[in-house]
Design a binder for this molecule. Sequence first.
Ligand code: ATP
Ligand code: MG
Length: 583
Amino acid sequence: MPIFNFKQGDDVQKDGGYLGTVLQVDTRRVSISAKDEHLIRASIGKLVALRRGTVDDWLIGMVDRIVRQIVTADMTENDEEHEDNSNNDALPLSGNAVTVTLVGMVRWNSEKSQHDFTRSLLDLPDIGQDCFVLKGDFLKSFMGLLVKKGNTEQALEIGKYALDPDATAYLDGDKFFQRHAALLGSTGSGKSWTVATILERATKLPSANLIVFDLHGEYRELSYADHLRIPGPDDLGAANPELLYLPYWLMNCEELTAMFVEISEFTAHNQTLVFQDTVFAEKKKLLEAENKSEVLNSFTIDSPVPFDLDIVVAEIRRLNDEMVQGARGLKQGSFFGQFSRFLARIAGKLNDRRYGFLFQAPNELHTYESFHSLAEQLLAFSGEHKGIKVIDFSEVPSDVLPVMLGIVGRIIYYLQFWMPDEKRHPVALVCDEAHIYLPRDKGNPNQQRALENFEKIAKEGRKYGVSLMIVSQRPSDVSTTILSQCNNVMALRLTNSNDISAVKNMMPESMMSFMEMLPILDIGEALVVGDAVLLPSRISINKPDEEPLSATIDFWTEWSRKDVSPDWVLAAENMRRQRRKGS
Ligand SMILES: Nc1ncnc2c1ncn2[C@@H]1O[C@H](COP(=O)(O)OP(=O)(O)OP(=O)(O)O)[C@@H](O)[C@H]1O
Ligand SMILES: [Mg+2]
């Protein structure tokens, strides 16, 4: 029996799913002419089936445009005129028409004795052919083909299809992470919950490896994750496995220069040169002391080798104050006075406790071996480490955020890059609130460096097992280079028209009308498009068992409470301490 047993022959119009006949075919877009009484069966996003020849193979399409029009005798007479004015895209102007975008085929697989769904299209429908809307049991049989593939305990189950709430929606976990994913939606649309749902599925895998950049501390209570925190001013000096220090020598030359050198200054060039030379010399000294002859032969200024910043500063100060012997007594050295501002700027940064995670790490983190522990802290997923790591950036001031994330991103990328192929284990970086640190408009040099690091991951990470999951409520503010590399998009409700256009720009032309649903999606409902789903679909995402902490504040309810006691002194003190500690 055929998979879709629609009525045929004279009875075809009596079939409950009958929609109409094919009027026009334009590559993947097919116009169906439908009578009024049948047209009501169509709505945007519904699936239709068209039989392919006489076999039990079917072309599957998705309704993306419906035009209902009254045809009067007058209009039919003027038809020719209308046609002259129309372009290729226009629908026939007389009568009702439903435009359908073909999304794939259902084919009988005789080897496996079952039907399969593929996204490739072998041919197109014929003019005049009957078209049916999939519903009821036929829709269930079809959805069954979609879920068959991943139906195991370890599959990435994310929710239910809106078309058929009995059908469980799975993502192809390989494809989803292989070529980056974007999770976009207005504030409160359910992004963080969706992230938690995906993380929960990942915890079922024995060697999952995901790192979440948590900007609001939303994920800090998830029990299945390792929690790392950037040390705030009053943690400084303490070494605690939970604290993630990023000692300054992890920065590459460009990052260091962006941090200390002011490009617009007249002496910027000399500052850079002297700084780099001294840093290089100091790194070399350490390698010699450690007897690392192999590294000595090939290291560069960018290599993450510890050096003593105090010695570098002392050397720059010496050059700044240097007097040399001239023909007529002492004269000023060639750099005399050139570095005064540079030195002041370095001192400013070193003393700024917000930068403590960089410049005030405990001594044991400045050893040659400490880089090994950092690599482990970031990437290890077994033994005492869990496969999911949440790095809490919630108390980091926003101006240092890009520096920090840029370093973390780059280090992870290069650790993966230099890992021999056979030992490499893939890792995904979940970048929540990406518009803050991966902006479309490049900001100051520090932000620019950070952005470049992530753009590199977006472009090349796939080859080295580094995947990005970009999460943002302002897709129009996120770097287009990064978004355009995301092959899978989960779009939750979006209302801002700029953001909607940004999402549409990531989609093929044929998805445009599907995307019209963005503003009307429910909370926790997503349009999922990309190679991780067989079919672009509207999916209601499962609630996670452990919910992320929601930052939603119920103003009216809070205002109606009597027993409230905000502590202004504490807030004022915390602002001074740069730390949001209780009592
Ligand atoms: N899948 C879901 N099912 C039911 N309710 C949901 C779902 N996802 C989210 N919600 C509801 O929406 C609220 C906000 O969700 P969430 O914190 O994930 O939003 P968000 O998109 O991350 O917002 P923001 O951009 O502000 O971080 C949740 O507190 C929850 O009540
Ligand atoms: Mg959120």
